[in-house]
Ligand binder design. Structure first.
Ligand code: ZN
Length: 55
């Protein structure tokens, strides 16, 4: 799975995930999850982008 926010590879066992439009998305951190939930369309259309929290 790919974190749609930062593009980092994440396991499906990640504790950070959210359901959006019937699909599950996984995140590397609560920061990315929150960012996605705030503006999911932006990440789904624009693709992952670098995040300032750095990884
Ligand atoms: Zn991330």
């Amino acid at each position: 799975m790919m974190d749609p926010v930062c593009g980092m590879e994440v396991k499906e066992t990640s504790a950070y995930k959210t359901m959006y439009k019937g699909k599950m998305y996984y995140f590397c951190s609560p920061h990315c999850k929150t960012a996605f939930e705030k503006d999911p369309e932006s990440y789904l259309k624009g693709g992952p982008r670098g995040m300032p929290h750095g990884h």
